[in-house]
Structures are given as structure tokens and as C-alpha cells.
Design a protein around this ligand. Structure first.
Ligand SMILES: *Cc1c(COP(=O)(O)O)cnc(C)c1O
Length: 367
């Protein structure tokens, strides 16, 4: 049996008639940059995400860059964030000259450990930027309590967490603003690059719309230095088609996670866990094993694709060498980077494929 790590062709095949029609409409109306499909998507995604405003972007990275601009972060400002995430979380800070101040993660959830945040706060700290990694909500109660105590704004990186809930409320609604990514591999993906910023603050939404369009509220009158970060019309059309399926896809991901859990419980693998009050959308299903690379090789040979999210924590990336970090600075994140293994979890996965993948894992562990 063959179980690819991710099967985008299967998803596109299933939606092909709907996507063809939506893209054809955009070709007819020629609204290629923003336009009615993007506006409709912004309205529908805001409702889905539980936010008042949604501003469409050409990537999650650019949405996060604009979020950093909304907070008026200046060179030398510090932002507390996680070293265990995709690099883009820290790009937003690097782009505005702010300094990422890393805090180690919680062993069980892979998310920022709230118990370590306060000792990292200094007079230069300007915000907290956690990630709902793999679709699992952070410990938002604890993080928000710290934000309130120190009067720090919270920006949520929800790039992997479309539809995830914390104590029944959608993530991305707890801070000043949140960002989403619609990269094709995300739980909701465009046919190309796209992202969004959501917020309940009208002033933030208005300024974000201006910043994504060359810093102009009125065409050719530029109030501040802005960007060309507009969402493409075709991506808006594609996302409108796909958003209708997102709830069913999330349910399928959760069903697959539950199946893995049942089949792998009791093995030497460490399985992902849903923290109290957290409802994960399983962008990734990440297990841990001390012999991760050997397990990965075994699965590869048996036709089961896997991935590493992520093999190098941000504080040890070459691009951030000037932060002066060394191996050992964030031991929990470093251990996670050595032991993590992402199993196939996408909605199109069949029950037989999950059973096969689990059987091949159990063959390796001898369970
Ligand atoms: C994907 C991702 C981003 C960036 O989104 P793009 O749309 O690829 O620019 C940011 N943060 C996290 C955690 C991500 O997974």
C-alpha cells in the first residue's frame, strides 16, 4: 500500500468541476487583484473565524508583517515568541527590525510554555506572538493573564489552526489580531499563495487594508510606506469554493487523529495530546520517538510518507546567528526537533491507509 504524506492531487480532483467554474468566472470578470471574490471570502472567513474583520493577503507571511506594522514595532523592540515553528513567525519581527525573544515550549503540546514567559519580559518587550502549532491552541488563559498583567498586546499566529477552538471559542479572536495562511498545504489552501489578517479592531482592519495596497486609502495618495500584498482574485475564488468544505475536512482530520490514537496507544511512541480546553484541527499529527530517523526510514521503505515539522528550531537557524544563541538554550524545543515525526493526516486518507501506517509503525517498534 502507498500512503503519501500529503495528497493534494486527490483534493483538487474531487473539487475540479467547482474550481474550474470559479476560476472561469474570474477569467470572465477580470478581477485579478482583490475584487468581488476576495471581498466575499473576507466576509465569509471573518464569520468562520469568529472575527469582525478579515483582510485578505497574498500570503500568511505578509499578513504577519503587516500585523507587526500595526503594533508599530520599532528596531530594538522585543517580542516574545516560540523557537519551535515555521520560520515565517519570526520573519515578521525581522522585517521591522524587532528582536524575537524566544521562550522554550511545553513538552506535551509543542506550544509556548506560559510558565517561562514572564522571566523573559523586559522594558523593551512590546508584544507576545505565540503560534497554535499543528492546529493545537496555545494555553491562551495563561498567556492572556500575562498580557494583561504587563499590558502587552497579543498577536496570534493561527496559520495552522483554521477552525481550532479554545474553550469553545475560535483561536485568532483572543488577541489584537491574528493571521492565517492559505498556502496549498494548509488546512484551507489556495491554488497558489494567500493569507489573511483577522481582527475585531476597525482601526487595525482599515490600516491593514491600506498597508496591503501601497499604504494608500485613496488610490495614488500614499499615507505611509506600504506594500503590494493584495490577495489575487483567483485565490479568492478558489478559497470560496474550499471554505465550504473546511468543516468536513476538519472533522475528517480529527477522525484520523482519533484512529491513530487508538491504534498506537501503548507503543513506545509519544502521541500528540489535546490540552484541556483545546480543540485541535490537526494540521499535523506529530508523534515522537528517540530513533526518529530510523523509524522514518522504515516507513519510507514501506511506502508511508512522513515529514519533519521542524528539524531545526529558529534560534539555531543560520539567518538568526546574530541573536547569539547556542545549542542548549531551549532544550525542550531542541529535543522536539530531534524526535518529531509528522504522519499523514489529511482528510482524503482512508481508514485502510491509517491502519496500514499504524501497522508499519508497530512493526518497527515491535509492539
Ligand atoms: C505557513 C505558516 C506561515 C506563513 O504562511 P505563508 O502563507 O506560507 O506565508 C506562518 N506561520 C506559520 C506557523 C506557518 O505554518
Amino acid at each position: 500500500m502507498n500512503v503519501p504524506y500529503f495528497d493534494l492531487p486527490a483534493q483538487i480532483r474531487a473539487l475540479r468541476p467547482e474550481l474550474d467554474a470559479a476560476i472561469a468566472r474570474t477569467l470572465d470578470n477580470c478581477s485579478f487583484c482583490l475584487g468581488p471574490d476576495v471581498t466575499q471570502f473576507e466576509r465569509d472567513f471573518a464569520a468562520y473565524a469568529g472575527s469582525t474583520h478579515c483582510v485578505g493577503f497574498n500570503s500568511g507571511t505578509s499578513a504577519l508583517h503587516v500585523a507587526a506594522r500595526l503594533l508599530n514595532l520599532q528596531p530594538g523592540d522585543e517580542v516574545i515568541t516560540t523557537p519551535f515553528t515555521f520560520i515565517a513567525t519570526s520573519w515578521a519581527l525581522a522585517y521591522v527590525g524587532a528582536k524575537p525573544v524566544y521562550v522554550d515550549i511545553d513538552e506535551a503540546t509543542f506550544n509556548l510554555d506560559p510558565a517561562l514567559i514572564e522571566r523573559a519580559i523586559t522594558p523593551r518587550t512590546k508584544a507576545i506572538l505565540p503560534v497554535h502549532l499543528y492546529g493545537q491552541p496555545c494555553d491562551l488563559d495563561a498567556i492572556l493573564a500575562i498580557c494583561r498583567r504587563h499590558q502587552l498586546p497579543l498577536i496570534e499566529d493561527a496559520a495552522q489552526a483554521h477552525g481550532a477552538r479554545y474553550k469553545g471559542r475560535p483561536v485568532g479572536t483572543f488577541g489584537e489580531a491574528a493571521i492565517y495562511s492559505f498556502y496549498p498545504g494548509k488546512n484551507l489552501g489556495a491554488c497558489g499563495e494567500a493569507g489573511a489578517l483577522v481582527t475585531d479592531r476597525a482601526d487595525f482592519a482599515e490600516r491593514a487594508r491600506s498597508l496591503r495596497e501601497h499604504g494608500a486609502k485613496v488610490r495614488y495618495y500614499h499615507d505611509e510606506v506600504g506594500y503590494n500584498y493584495r490577495m489575487e482574485g483567483i485565490q479568492g475564488a478558489v478559497l470560496n469554493v474550499k471554505l465550504k468544505h473546511l468543516a468536513a475536512w476538519t472533522a475528517a482530520r480529527r477522525r484520523n487523529a482519533h484512529r491513530y490514537h487508538t491504534l498506537l496507544r501503548g507503543t513506545p511512541l509519544r502521541l500528540p495530546l489535546e490540552a484541556t480546553g483545546a480543540e485541535s484541527v490537526y494540521h499535523c499529527y506529530v508523534v515522537r520517538h528517540v530513533q526518529r530517523d530510523r523509524l522514518r526510514e522504515h516507513l519510507e521503505k514501506k511506502g508511508v510518507g512522513t515529514a519533519l515539522h521542524y528539524p531545526v528550531p529558529l534560534h539555531l537557524q543560520k539567518c538568526f546567528a546574530d541573536l547569539g544563541h547556542r545549542a542548549g538554550d531551549f532544550p525542550v524545543a531542541e529535543r522536539a526537533a530531534r524526535e518529531c515525526l509528522s504522519l499523514p493526516i489529511y482528510p482524503e486518507l482512508t481508514e485502510a491507509q491509517v491502519e496500514y501506517a499504524a501497522a508499519m509503525i508497530n512493526e518497527f517498534t515491535g509492539w
